[in-house]
Design a protein around this ligand. Structure first.
Ligand SMILES: Nc1nc2c(ncn2[C@@H]2O[C@H](COP(=O)(O)OP(=O)(O)OP(=O)(O)O)[C@@H](O)[C@H]2O)c(=O)[nH]1
Ligand SMILES: [Mg+2]
Length: 335
């Protein structure tokens, strides 16, 4: 079996370096600049800035991590802004992380979101930023955990993870969140589409947004029906379905209350700790997979020669993979 060294790990120190300690202290005392620098350090570090995480230590209390997902244009950013407003009225500090796995840069969509969130700029109780996985070794999954930790140490009461772009991010955000809100727009059969897309499984709270449009009650009814059809043990959480007009704030209070109830349920049943263990598990596995992949790719030619064997039908991919794992890349067998 090959020895795994994280790319860039040689640049890291064993213990906590001074700058990590200073940065961690800044984060702990609520410095916004330090918070931003800490998140950037995590984003850009292939190994998730372990020295910094060590220096941060564990938070005094966990933040409620809310995930917001839904189809493009359904109102996720508007909902996020409305939720921030509701939390601020309760004097809770909120961090918003716009998660965009598809783009290494902040694209146009994010810029639009920034403008929409402008009402909260200048409020020290609100922190907003976008996050891409960039050079992070384990991809987004592995980067989210450390970022959440930073936000918790910084004393935020709630962290909203908002998906930007389509695809994979929905599932990843749901995996990272304590409470996942799935937004659905009213329309013919949208509830059924949701079921087909498999999002019924990831939602803890369903929100039919744009309830000022036709068909909202029908969509809500369809969703409730489909949720009721799902098999559930008596002690399991049954996701509620709410209707909102995020742009006016109608119905937002109910969503905030539902989120609070879900958190309480998570705590009372021990599911909060369990969910967080699942999150940590994914974080570990993704990081480990990425480490192995990076190591195996160190000798690209070796992998390529196995690839030609597999492509030529002389070896199966499984056999090639086993050989790689057992012996390392062929070019290094003599090493
Ligand atoms: N009529 C109506 N419009 C809404 C409502 N909520 C949001 N909108 C509008 O819908 C449009 C899209 O809203 P966003 O909040 O940007 O949606 P999003 O899901 O963040 O979009 P992406 O980030 O592009 O996926 C904007 O023009 C909002 O003003 C609502 O409840 N009713
Ligand atoms: Mg948006």
């Amino acid at each position: 079996m090959c020895v795994i060294v994280a790319p860039g790990a040689e640049a890291l120190h064993d213990g906590v370096v001074d700058s990590d300690a200073a940065l961690a202290e800044g984060v702990r005392s609520g410095g916004v600049r330090e918070l931003a620098r800490a998140i950037t350090a995590i984003e850009n570090s292939p190994t998730g800035a372990p020295g910094l995480l060590d220096a941060l230590g564990s938070p005094d209390r966990p933040a409620h991590v809310l995930g917001i997902t839904g189809a493009p244009g359904v109102g996720k950013s508007t909902m996020t802004s409305a939720l921030v407003r509701a939390y601020r009225l309760r004097e809770k500090r909120v961090a918003v992380i716009a998660v965009d796995p598809s783009s290494p840069f902040s694209g146009g969509a994010l810029l639009g979101d920034r403008i929409r969130m402008q009402e909260h700029s200048g409020d020290p109780g609100v922190y907003i930023r976008s996050m891409a996985s960039r050079g992070h070794l384990g991809g987004l999954n592995a980067a989210i955990g450390p970022v959440l930790r930073v936000c918790e140490v910084a004393g935020f009461d709630a962290v909203i993870l908002e998906t930007v772009g389509v695809g994979q991010s929905e599932v990843e955000v749901a995996a990272a969140a304590d409470t996942t809100l799935v937004l659905i727009a009213p329309g013919m059969g949208d509830g059924i589409q949701a079921a087909k897309a498999g999002i019924l499984e990831i939602g803890d709270i369903f929100v039919v947004n744009k309830a000022d449009r036709d068909g909202a009650s029908t969509t809500a009814r369809e969703l409730r029906h489909m949720i009721a059809l799902g098999e559930r043990l008596p002690q399991e959480w049954e996701p509620p379905v709410h209707m909102t007009v995020a742009s006016t704030g109608d119905g937002i209070e109910d969503v905030v209350l539902a989120a609070g109830e879900h958190l309480q349920w998570l705590i009372d049943t021990g599911n909060l700790a369990r969910r967080r263990e699942v999150r940590a598990r994914e974080e570990i596995l993704d990081t480990a997979s990425a480490l192995v992949r990076a190591e195996l790719l160190e000798d690209r030619r070796g992998v390529d020669s196995l690839a030609s064997e597999v492509a030529g039908g002389r070896m199966t991919a499984f056999e090639a993979a086993q050989r790689l794992l057992e012996e390392g890349p062929p070019g290094r067998m003599d090493a």
